[in-house]
Write a protein that binds this ligand. Structure first.
Ligand code: ZN
Length: 135
């Protein structure tokens, strides 16, 4: 996914702004943040200096970037995007198993069926949290 290794962001340096207005990022005095001279956005440095994060009023949707030494690489909004298909896939598989068990229901698989239902119910809040953090 990331062929070029991310480089640590040096607050003493200035970087081009990830906005498309050719702005320059310079450190805001006495903070661990950068300001852009074009878009007036404030960016904070996160994850030990490897991730630039847009300081946004909306906490649900944060844009982040990594510096590869030449340019900013957008980090697709957190892990949610990559994990959601997996979660959905797992839920789907569980549903199919549950259905199969329900169709071939005997006393034993009946127990298994309810175990699957309970598991799904447990997964549901996790799924809702994931969905809530999406844009
Ligand atoms: Zn900018």
């Amino acid at each position: 996914m990331q062929p070029q290794k991310a480089q640590k962001i040096d607050l003493a340096q200035s970087y081009p702004c990830p906005c498309r207005r050719r702005g320059q990022l310079t450190q805001i005095a006495l903070t661990e943040a950068f300001g852009c001279n074009r878009c007036q956005q404030i960016f904070v440095v996160e994850e030990g200096g490897y991730v630039l994060e847009e300081l946004s009023t909306s906490y649900r949707y944060k844009r982040t970037w990594r510096w590869n030494g030449h340019q900013w690489n957008g980090v697709s909004s957190g892990l949610n995007d990559s994990y959601l298909p997996i979660v959905l896939g797992v839920v789907l598989v569980l549903l199919i198993i549950g259905l199969l068990l329900a169709l071939t229901s005997t006393t034993h698989s009946g127990v298994a069926f309810w175990a699957v239902v309970l598991l799904l119910l447990a997964l549901l809040p996790a799924l809702m949290v994931l969905l809530a953090y999406r844009r």
